[in-house]
Design a binder for this molecule. Structure first.
Ligand code: SF4
Ligand code: SF4
Length: 442
């Protein structure tokens, strides 16, 4: 199996293989991103120093490795901002991993950071220990700085790009995590081309911001902040990027949701929890040993226990956690159960299921309109690519196929008369279809 390529893709496994988002510094961060769902978790631990102690780090490392039966395991560091723990903490973490490692086991570390504190020392350490870095960038300057600001409200773009330069200088593996929100959602190609051409990344995750508007910071209430992306906006964002990607970047740039979709069209289970039928294999560990069902549900109701009192494996395999994971499937409304794209969507993440269906059933995903539009839009090219893979040919063949289709269509369009049916097959007259705008095959 290859080294993992996604920074927070923590749900590819089937029990008893599971992964845990580690929060050694709790929610403490040096930035104040306006949409962050985790900063408010500080309220759960009043008076805490928010620092994982050495004995807990050792206990976790030992228990986590002992509980895994796969030949490789990943330690996933998150926050808050993990670099605030300082380099010595992670040097110790790697030392403990080697101490506890089973014979033949490979250990990976995935590390999600805002990049602001990265320097030569971090770069050297990451490279020497083969860390995979997930760097948060929301697009070029104006789009990134819309919400990603520091504690003084100042922009962070230049500091993040400086941090990126250390990753590149030391040839550290990295991928980019980009949130899609009210400001950058209407600029899909600007965001994508910036990440591809200027950041120079090959791996991109898009994370839609669906932020509840409440005082607790928990997944409750039906109000959404105006920083959130709308469902339709998110769908249009993905469609615009897909249309560019499928024509020129297949096999060169890996966009997580496109990869997952291709897997679904091949009949494989999703490699990301939100699109799986059930979930519950990606948990979150707080700085004091409290284990929660999921990174998005770090709230009292979803606390499983503390690994210093109950063994990690017992909490992971507990009835409470099993029910948490099964509920993803068991609470699907009928609209989802009968939906033509359920095989790839599976109702999305339960944290976003805050709408009612047209006939009043609760539990419909806030992003439904976008998911539906996007997954329907990509049906034909996905079928083509899935077929290429089944025939043991590269899915990148889609690009040449589309180029030929485009040429043929352009030739037919050039010959079309204004009142004739449009050659694209839309059923409309040419003058009302491609006669008034540029063409695309899919
Ligand atoms: S609640 Fe959502 S993010 Fe959490 S494990 Fe389930 S699908 Fe994944
Ligand atoms: S597209 Fe909408 S209706 Fe269909 S499975 Fe997804 S959330 Fe449910």
């Amino acid at each position: 199996m290859k080294k993992p390529t996604m920074s927070i893709d923590l749900s590819t496994a089937v029990p008893p293989v599971f992964q845990v988002m580690l929060k050694p510094h709790g929610p403490i961060c040096n930035l104040d991103c306006k949409y962050c769902y985790f900063l408010s978790k500080e309220m759960l631990y009043p008076g805490s120093r928010f620092r994982m102690a050495d004995d807990l780090l050792e206990a976790y490392t030992r228990q986590y490795i002992a509980a895994q039966h796969a030949p490789e395991v990943t330690f996933a560091w998150q926050g808050g901002e993990p670099t605030l723990m300082g380099l010595a903490f992670f040097q110790r973490a790697v030392e403990l991993q080697q101490k506890c490692r089973k014979p033949g086991m490979r250990i990976y570390n995935a590390f999600q950071t805002n990049g602001v504190l990265l320097d030569d020392d971090w770069g050297e350490f990451f490279k020497a220990n083969d860390f995979l870095i997930g760097l948060s960038i929301d697009g070029p300057h104006e789009l990134h700085d819309a919400y990603r600001v520091d504690k003084g409200g100042r922009p962070t773009f230049d500091r993040v790009m400086r941090g990126l330069s250390f990753l590149k200088k030391h040839r550290v593996d990295f991928n980019i995590l980009t949130t899609v929100h009210a400001v950058n959602a209407d600029h899909p190609l600007e965001v994508y081309r910036f990440l591809r051409d200027e950041v120079g990344t090959q791996f991109i995750q898009f994370i839609p911001i669906v932020e509840r508007d409440n005082a607790t910071g928990f997944q409750e209430g039906e109000q959404i902040t105006n920083r959130s992306v709308t469902g339709r906006q998110y769908g249009d964002f993905l469609i615009a990027i897909f249309d560019e990607w499928v024509r020129r970047d297949v096999g060169r740039v890996f966009v997580q949701i496109f990869d997952i979709a291709l897997g679904a069209w091949l009949g494989r289970p999703a490699s990301l929890c939100i699109f799986r039928e059930t979930c519950g294999e990606a948990l979150a560990l707080e700085h004091n040993g409290d284990l929660y069902s999921c990174d998005h549900f770090v709230e009292p109701h979803h606390k499983l226990g503390n690994i210093q009192e109950i063994p990690l494996i017992d909490l992971v395999t507990s009835e409470q956690q099993r029910q948490f994971g099964q509920a993803k499937r068991d609470t699907l409304p009928r609209d989802c159960r009968e939906c033509d794209v359920r095989f790839v969507c599976n109702g999305g993440c339960p944290k976003d299921r805050i709408l009612h269906t047209p006939d009043g059933e609760p539990g419909l995903n806030y992003l439904c309109a976008g998911y539906k539009a996007f997954f329907r839009h990509i049906d034909q090219p996905m079928r083509f690519m899935a077929n290429e893979i089944r025939q043991q040919r590269p899915p990148a063949n889609i690009m040449a196929f589309l180029a030929r289709q485009e040429v043929a269509l352009q030739q037919r369009l050039a010959r079309a008369k204004r009142n004739e049916p449009c050659p694209c097959g839309s059923g409309r007259k040419f003058k009302q279809c491609h006669g008034q705008r540029s063409s695309q095959v899919f």
